[in-house]
Design a protein around this ligand. Structure first.
Ligand SMILES: N[C@@H](CCC(=O)N[C@@H](CS)C(=O)NCC(=O)O)C(=O)O
Length: 213
């Protein structure tokens, strides 16, 4: 049974939602981040989630690899798309954008200290970062216009991943949501999914926290 290493509120939530959607046997190990004694370092030397430990003992890291890998485990669930199809490329297009653009755009806003040690410039870094983040969110909002999910009517691995950034936004920048009606509507649909609720609950369960110890 594969084990997915996650941290509450982290980008590992997308892969966790995908596992719940697939309804296949799995373990969830909830780990702390950015503490040197976290068990995540034994699994991923970079200390990052998500990490997926397979039955063979091999570990897969990176959302860009884990999400498609999970989607392909059960093609009949329709979370990904057939090899060679344009729809598959569209889903990958979204995953690439979310991974290399949208995820990174949260960094200067949430953790300006990573960009400069001087606290007096953090507000300026945050403000500049916010401009870029808003541009990207407006782009996402336009792309969602008239759509239920990112590639149309079917929930896919790209929606599970976009849901991560929706939840970050809702938590840390709720004042932006009134400018983003399509993303907000997407977010309400996302939050209502049983898989999302099940993943949220599982990341809060003490027994699953122990599994990571
Ligand atoms: N490129 C990686 C990034 C993963 C990542 O940054 N994960 C964050 C949580 S959202 C993390 O584990 N941070 C801990 C750290 O950087 O020490 C991916 O997409 O999987």
């Amino acid at each position: 049974m594969p084990t997915l290493f996650v941290a509450p509120g982290a980008c590992s939530f997308g892969a966790h939602v995908v596992l719940k959607e697939l309804d296949i046997p799995h373990d969830i190990a909830v780990v702390p981040l950015r503490t040197p004694d976290s068990p995540i370092f034994k699994v991923n030397p970079l200390g990052r989630v998500p990490a997926l430990k397979l039955d063979s003992g091999e570990v897969l890291t990176e959302n860009g690899a884990i999400l498609p890998f999970l989607g392909d485990l059960k093609p009949e669930a329709g979370l990904f798309a057939p090899v060679g199809s344009l729809e598959r490329a569209r889903i990958q297009e979204w995953i690439g954008f979310l991974n290399s653009d949208l995820h990174r755009a949260f960094r200067p806003v949430n953790r300006p200290e990573l960009f400069h040690p001087d606290a007096s410039v953090h507000e300026a870094i945050r403000a500049k970062g916010l401009e870029r983040l808003v541009d990207l969110l407006e782009f996402v909002d336009k792309k969602l216009e008239g759509k239920t999910w990112v590639v149309g009517e079917r929930f896919t691995i790209a929606d599970a991943y976009l849901g991560v950034f929706w939840s970050w936004l809702k938590r840390s920048r709720p004042e932006l949501l009134s400018w983003l009606p399509n993303l907000s509507a997407f977010g309400s649909r996302f939050d209502a999914r049983p898989s999302v609720q099940a993943a949220l609950a599982a990341e809060q369960t003490p027994s699953e926290r122990q599994a990571a110890a």
